[in-house]
Design a protein. Sequence first.
Length: 101
Amino acid sequence: MARNMSGALLIEINRDGNDSLGAELGKLCVKANLYIAHVAHALRVSRMTLHSWFRGGKIRAKNEKIIHAFIKLVREDMEKEVLPARSLAASRAYIQEMIGE
């Protein structure tokens, strides 16, 4: 199975004071076991952009609304126990269903 996030990225996401929207998204992706490449595809950004957001980088206003909606959907599916994804394939299938592919 492909490695989803490096140890350094996980430490950065969880560091004290990193309470940005991007860090919230990153923490949720970890809990839901959603792979960065799949999330980037759903949000129509690069993996590098997601890494930047997770570390507290600036998020353009046009992306904030989409991120909030994505977070809401993932949280709902966590509550319904649809997530966390059990595998790379399950992560891909979840995202594909979410975006209608």
